[in-house]
Design a binder for this molecule. Structure first.
Ligand code: ASP
Length: 343
């Protein structure tokens, strides 16, 4: 029986993987995609058909923004029926933000969209790019009865496939640059590719892909620290255009109980602005009410980010603000896992 190979679309957005050193300054800058492909002749040996598309001007992912998220989502949308899987080459600096954003944008996704990149350029002798790229393509090609096994937005780096919206970049030096502290990895690459099916999202195959492209970007991320200034916080929270706030709190969602602070939070909530309580800890969950230092936050109506990452909380807040959800239901919807981003 003739077997048909999966069709994979490789989307190159930029990042170290395709960079070269500027001969004058010595700084790494984006290079063109064709050069990158030439460096990996092994791609021809994979059991899939690969087509490629590149951003016209590849970027360092520190320049990432929602306009590029929309660009990526539109490439996937336009090619959705023709391809069985998508691999996004992306800088590691903001990869977790983009993977989170795309997970919310691509509702009813039933194909793999896997982000990867590298810590060293593909042309470097010790590069981690080859393994990352080749295995990501293999992960995206995994099928059962002609259907993709992975049907969500993932992030593959250094032998592990994670759920994209559960990841955080934790290291700028090690090849193992990402962690997913609140959710197990979805697959691992050793002698064999092991896929942990019990952890994969199970979308409804009958539902059609719906791509969301609106974001509310007038949000603030406030990380608490001992001695945080009242006047600075006042001016941020009283910003006219402000639409929502992510508050990075201590431990299980605790804050100072000083009156000025709680009054300010209350005034902001009364103005109808959602405030999301996300922990500063890399692992674990917000549990308002566990300590006295979070009981009042619960009473005031702060939204619990539970065990969401800050990256996913930002993407979710921007996405939900773009959906024009009523103030009444905002809290309930935010606290509901939409794409496996919280427990
Ligand atoms: N600065 C680079 C970027 O995020 C780092 C990398 O790709 O690893 O685009």
């Amino acid at each position: 029986m003739p077997t048909t190979q999966p069709n994979i679309l490789l989307i190159y957005t930029g990042g170290t993987i395709g960079m070269i050193k500027d001969p004058n300054s010595g700084a790494l800058k984006s290079f063109d995609f064709n050069n990158l492909l030439k460096k990996i002749p092994e791609l021809k040996l994979l059991d899939c058909n690969i087509k490629t598309v590149s951003f016209e001007n590849p970027i360092d992912s520190s320049n990432m923004n929602p306009k590029y998220w929309i660009k990526m989502a539109e490439i996937i949308e336009a090619n959705y029926n023709e391809f069985d899987g998508f691999v996004v080459l992306h800088g590691s600096d903001t990869m977790s933000y983009s993977a989170s954003a795309l997970s919310f944008m691509l509702e009813n996704l039933t194909k793999p969209v896997i982000f990867t990149g590298s810590q060293l350029p593909i042309g470097d002798l010790r590069t981690d790019a080859k393994e990352n790229l080749i295995t990501t393509i293999q992960m995206a090609s995994q099928q059962l009865n002609g259907k993709p096994i992975i049907r969500e937005v993932g992030l593959y780096f250094e032998y592990k496939l994670y759920r994209g919206n559960r990841t955080t970049k934790i290291n700028a030096e090690h090849f193992e640059a990402f962690e997913s502290l609140n959710y197990p990895c979805l697959a691992e690459s050793g002698v064999h590719l092991k896929i942990y099916k019990e952890y994969l999202l199970k979308p409804n195959p009958r539902k059609k892909l719906k791509v969301h492209k609106n974001f509310g970007t007038n949000i603030a991320l406030i990380k608490l620290f001992p001695g945080i200034s009242k006047s600075v916080l006042e001016s941020v929270l009283n910003t006219k255009s402000l639409e929502g706030v992510i508050l990075e709190t201590y431990g299980a969602g605790n804050t100072t109980t000083e009156k000025w602070f709680l009054d300010l939070i209350k005034q902001t909530l009364v103005r109808g602005l959602p405030i999301i309580n996300v922990t500063q800890c890399s692992g674990g969950s917000v549990m308002m009410g566990q300590y006295e230092t979070s009981s009042q936050l619960l009473t005031l109506g702060l939204i619990s980010g539970k065990d969401i990452t800050t990256e996913a909380a930002i993407a979710k807040l921007m996405y939900l603000l773009g959906e024009n959800i009523s103030a009444k239901t905002f809290k309930t919807i935010f606290e509901t896992p939409l794409r496996g981003e919280m427990s």
